[in-house]
Design a protein around this ligand. Structure first.
Ligand code: B12
Ligand code: SF4
Length: 472
């Protein structure tokens, strides 16, 4: 059996829970009997950085080290890989970045890069190390010696994946929360999104919508509730509502399961895939918040980015969710190539229309041209975009801000705007900055209202408790 160390390099923001993609990879290794350790250098309480990860490798002596590489943070990933090289037999890259550019990690010292979902390939690699599998047969592999493994399609039967929580034991959970309690992360009930947005870097889960059986999702939720006291489940699917029959089946299965009585959940989905008549069923099943992908309020822009939705539909869907008593989180992006003051004003106008029905807007939102996206391919040469991610200065690490109001103040500015990927004119840049600030101020007001009502409730409770004590 192989010893495997999985590492997430530091990303711009800290993550309060282990990264789901790393958990999936670790869980499949554990299910195959391998010894696995996981490190996340972006965990909020991790007491070390790159050098600590190298020290861990020296101590654990892994046969294989696997790094999860996002495009953001990839430069630190390459720096780390160089330092880890001497401490393992096999250095492997996986994740969103190698999926699009497998040749790049290999040119930076990795033995192999894995494209796409990693559950099958990582186990095959571990089996190569203990002599049970041939390197040439590892699926979706891109080898340093020029070899290419067979191409495997996206995992057809998602119920076959080991549950992510079975890998919690591979982490030092005190890196995520001081007492070492599991921080409730999210789960995925489906993978893939049938839409084709030209800015979207979803190349791991892909365009084919695949979903787990309701029974498999329910079984995972029951364990998370029973063993980890999780009662609110964030569903991180790309397009949770993409398939109505399966949405209805899952909602009905949650309602019918006594072990899940009283749980709540949240989901993310493109705005045009929310049907107001489904909302009541979702609410009855515990849905308390929907995160809507909308992106622009301008019909021309929506067409250019292939978002395939109309502002009228979005307004109806967001209002209906609010009327159903759900929290609404609404996503907008700014600075697409071709964006002008007219399109930005239309987006600002839609944000203003939606504001009374919106709890939060996504923070910031200036377009980042991720490699692999249609926008990147179309504009790479015009705007000299090739390789920006290898320059650490292009990926600023966020300061740690714990106060929620102060965090919103920091979100009034988007550092991506200063990177000026698409060489905006001054009036476009000013309007983008105004749109970013508009969202942050709205979110700050929501948070201040919530804090004020929590204080009011606490004061009422204290007054009532005082009144009862005085009558004793
Ligand atoms: C949930 C999520 C988050 C959560 C993660 C929380 C958590 N604790 O897990 C949060 C909200 C924190 C988040 C943040 C960000 N995210 Co995000 N996120 C996602 C989302 C929606 C799902 C991730 C997931 O679980 N996928 C499911 C699993 C199955 O896929 P996976 O994670 O890629 O992992 C598989 C493979 O990559 C591979 N693999 C992974 N690691 C390894 C390691 C090895 C050794 C091997 C062999 C294989 C392998 O196997 C895994 C299992 O199949 C994806 C979209 C998507 N559909 O993937 C975006 C996505 C990953 N995020 C993205 C981005 C850009 C970000 C942010 C930078 C956004 C921002 N501007 O702030 C931040 C960065 C995080 C940070 N800390 O700074 C991009 C990444 C693009 C890129 N090329 O890098 C994606 C693809 C979204 C998109 N459409 O563009 N994110
Ligand atoms: S709807 Fe969301 S997940 Fe789907 S392609 Fe567009 S941005 Fe990507």
């Amino acid at each position: 059996m192989a010893r495997v160390l999985l590492i997430m390099p530091r990303l711009p923001q800290r993550m309060g829970a282990p990264y789901l993609g790393q958990l999936y990879v670790a869980a499949s290794l554990i299910a195959d009997g391998h010894e696995v350790r996981c490190l996340d250098l972006g965990a909020p309480h991790v007491p070390f950085g790159v050098d600590g990860a190298v020290a861990e490798a020296e101590r654990f002596k892994p046969d294989m080290i696997g790094l999860t590489l996002f495009t953001y943070g990839v430069a630190q990933g390459y720096e780390l890989a160089a330092k880890l090289r001497a401490h393992t037999r096999l250095l492997v890259a996986g994740g969103p970045h190698p999926t699009v550019l497998p040749e790049e990690p290999v040119a930076h010292g990795f033995d192999v890069a894995i494209r796409g979902e990693g559950e099958v390939a990582i186990v095959q690699l571990a089996q190569v190390l203990d002599g049970r599998f041939q390197m040439a047969d590892v699926v979706n592999s891109y080898l340093a010696d020029g070899g290419r493994g067979p191409t495997a399609p996206a995992i057809p039967d998602l119920d076959s994946c080991a549950y992510p929580h079975t890998a919690y034991s591979a982490y030092d959970l005190s890196h995520f929360s001081p007492g070492g309690h599991v921080v409730p992360g999210g789960l995925m009930t489906s993978r893939g999104c049938p839409a084709r947005c030209t800015f979207c870097a979803n190349y791991v889960t892909g365009r084919a919508f695949r979903f787990r059986s309701a029974a498999d999702v329910i079984a995972e939720m029951i364990v998370l509730r029973r063993d980890y006291q999780i009662s609110t489940f964030p569903f991180w699917d790309d397009a949770f509502t993409a398939n109505r029959p399966r949405l209805n089946e899952l909602c009905d299965a949650i309602v019918a399961e006594p072990a899940l009585a009283g749980i709540t959940w949240t989901c993310i989905t493109p705005g045009n895939m929310v049907k107001p008549f489904d909302l009541e069923r979702m609410r009855r099943a515990g849905c308390v918040a929907i995160n809507f992908g909308i992106e622009s309020g301008d019909k021309r822009m929506l067409k250019i980015i292939q978002k395939g939705q109309r502002p009228e539909h979005i307004i109806a869907a967001v209002k209906a969710a609010k009327q159903e008593g759900m929290q609404t989180i609404v996503n907008f992006m700014f600075g697409f190539p071709g964006e002008d003051t007219e399109s930005l004003n239309n987006t600002l106008a839609l944000m203003e229309t939606l504001a009374p029905h919106t709890d939060y807007f996504n923070t910031r939102g200036v377009l980042v041209p991720f490699p692999g996206t249609a926008i990147y391919d179309q504009h790479r040469d015009t705007y000299d975009l090739e390789g920006w991610w290898r320059d650490p200065a292009m990926v600023p690490i966020e300061p740690d801000i714990t106060d929620p109001v102060a965090a919103q103040e920091a979100h009034e500015v988007d550092p991506t705007l200063a990177l000026d990927f698409f060489r905006y004119s001054d009036d476009v840049r000013d309007l983008i900055a105004a749109c970013v600030r508009y969202k942050a101020l709205h979110n700050k007001a929501t948070i201040e209202t919530m804090i004020a009502s929590a204080h009011k409730a606490a004061a009422a409770y204290a007054a009532e408790a005082g009144a009862s004590a005085s009558t004793m």
